[in-house]
Design a protein around this ligand. Structure first.
Ligand code: ADP
Ligand code: ZN
Ligand code: MG
Length: 481
């Protein structure tokens, strides 16, 4: 990026709410049902029907507003946003316009070096989704209206974001919050979280914002970053050539790594917004607001602080373990069985998450039960097995759902801590490897590792490493003198 310029970015995020029924009718929101089966006269906008607002939609959006430090407006109203498109049988989208339910919030994003930045949230409003057009290869377009009326919340940020990295951190935080709240699954690839990026550039030091463009159609976090970088570079190039930025909407093409102009920007007045006559204003009084706020779960930042303060984990660990609610839950379940917090963290961050990531599953579906992992850590801690044997036991645990104690017993893996037995093996190893012993005596310290290896081989890895080290050292030093 050209150093003379600075980017200004505002994000509009649409999050599909995890309600069972649609926003204004009783139709199911279930994904994957056969096309055009989740429909009724209301979500198809037949004349004379009356929508009824789903209470859950309000509760979920208020929860998000509270989690992002917004003011919850006691009164908010729905509006019709009128436009024609084949996937919108009603001819308008029921949304909120002048009086949204949540306003004036913010979240904090955190950079790698630990510094934070506050990103303002202009508003969060409730609205409904449109249907889906499917274009086949023989010029036919098919319409599936199952998604019509599925509830969304739109989170609009202030133009406080200054780079694609900040946009990425902001989005990650939003995703984390909705997942912790359990109000949206946050899956960008599947479209349950969607993001439009508004981008402009200006000379550094300039107070006024430049003309912005809006990029749509990014279906992953990486693509949001790439699209923003592409657009920043494109705009700077135009300005450097003394050109002017046209206010327009662009579509991101992930295959070509480019954005293409879709249409010149429509203005709010093009939509002929007007208050929805068929829906009452939404009133969220103090009582209801308090009732919702009592359902507020621990949020990612609180959870992270708890892991650091209560369980003494390094900040890095706390971040990895709280990246999703289910990982944090798994950790907290493991430490109900063991008090070795740091080992629990290490095992989850490496062994557990490796399998979870390789198999592309959620840790909720991970085959090793948290209490079994806790028990495994206890077996290491109380000396029953070594850390090395524990890795073997863990592999067995992955294969079938058995407790580590059962596996240790059945495979006869209990650690040999009996020093008389280890001493006997140490002596055999030293007698059988005279030339290495000579090397040691002549000052070649590094053959020590060889002896440890031999003893471990004799005991199939079961000897207590600490005892082996101590006994070997003692015997060898005796031979030296
Ligand atoms: P519009 O009227 O085009 O919908 P809004 O003012 O409602 O624009 O803002 C939409 C989004 O664009 C918000 O996220 C806002 O922060 C962002 N935004 C507004 N102005 C700019 C700008 N000049 N550059 C980048 N983003 C902007
Ligand atoms: Zn319906
Ligand atoms: Mg707007």
């Amino acid at each position: 990026m050209n150093e003379k310029y600075e980017a200004v970015i505002g994000l509009e995020v649409h999050a599909q709410l995890l309600t069972e029924s649609k926003a204004f009718c009783g139709c199911s929101t279930k994904f994957g049902n056969s096309p055009n089966s989740n429909v009724c006269p209301i979500c198809l906008g037949h004349p004379g029907v009356l929508p009824v607002l789903n209470k859950k939609v309000v509760e979920f959006t208020v929860l998000m507003g509270l989690a992002t430090n917004c003011t919850i407006n006691e009164k908010s109203i729905f509006a019709r946003k009128n436009y024609f498109y084949p996937d919108l049988p009603k001819g308008f989208q029921t949304s909120q316009y002048e009086e949204p339910i949540c306003e004036h919030g913010h979240i904090n994003i955190e950079f790698q070096d630990g510094t934070t930045k506050k990103i303002g949230i202009t508003r969060i409003h409730m609205e409904e989704d449109a249907g889906k057009l499917i274009h086949d290869q023989s010029y036919n377009s098919l319409i599936d209206v199952n998604r019509c009326g599925v509830p969304l919340m739109e989170i609009v940020s202030e133009p406080d974001i200054r780079s694609s990295t900040e946009a990425y951190l902001y989005l990650t935080k939003i995703k984390q919050i909705v997942q912790y709240l359990g109000i949206c699954d946050g899956n960008m690839e599947e479209g349950s979280l969607r993001c439009d990026a508004n981008v402009s550039v200006r000379l550094k030091g300039e107070k006024k914002f430049g003309t912005k463009t809006e990029i749509k159609n990014m279906n992953s976090f990486r693509n949001v970053e790439r699209a923003i970088n592409f657009e920043i570079d494109r705009q700077i190039e135009i300005l450097e050539d003394d050109g002017k930025i046209t206010q327009e909407t662009l579509l991101w093409d992930a295959d070509l790594n480019q954005a293409f102009s879709m249409r010149s920007k429509e203005e709010a007045h093009d939509y002929r917004y007007f208050p929805e006559p068929d829906l009452m204003p939404v009133i969220v009084n103090e009582d209801w607001k308090n009732e919702i706020s009592r359902k507020m779960p621990e949020l990612p930042d609180e959870r992270k602080d708890k892991l650091i303060l209560k369980y003494n984990l390094p900040k890095y660990d706390a971040e990895v373990l709280t990246q999703t609610k289910s990982i944090a839950d798994y950790f907290e379940k493991v430490i109900e069985t063991t008090d070795d917090y740091k080992s629990a963290s290490n095992w989850i961050m490496t062994d557990v998450l490796k399998v979870v990531n390789d198999e592309k599953i959620d840790i909720q579906d991970f085959s090793v039960q948290p209490e079994n992992l806790g028990e495994l850590l206890n077996l290491i801690k109380n000396g029953t097995i070594s850390g090395k044997i524990a890795k073997e036991v863990f592999q067995e645990m992955l294969k079938e759902n058995r407790t580590p104690s059962e596996i240790v017993k059945e495979k006869n893996l209990v650690q040999i801590s009996d020093s008389v037995e280890i001493e006997r093996i140490v002596e055999t190893v030293l007698t059988n490897n005279k030339s290495q012993v000579k090397q040691y005596i002549n000052g070649e310290e590094k053959v020590f590792g060889f002896f440890v290896g031999q003893v471990m081989k004799e005991t199939k890895g079961k000897a207590n490493p600490k005892t082996v080290n101590e006994l070997l050292r003692k015997k060898l030093e005796l031979l030296k003198s």
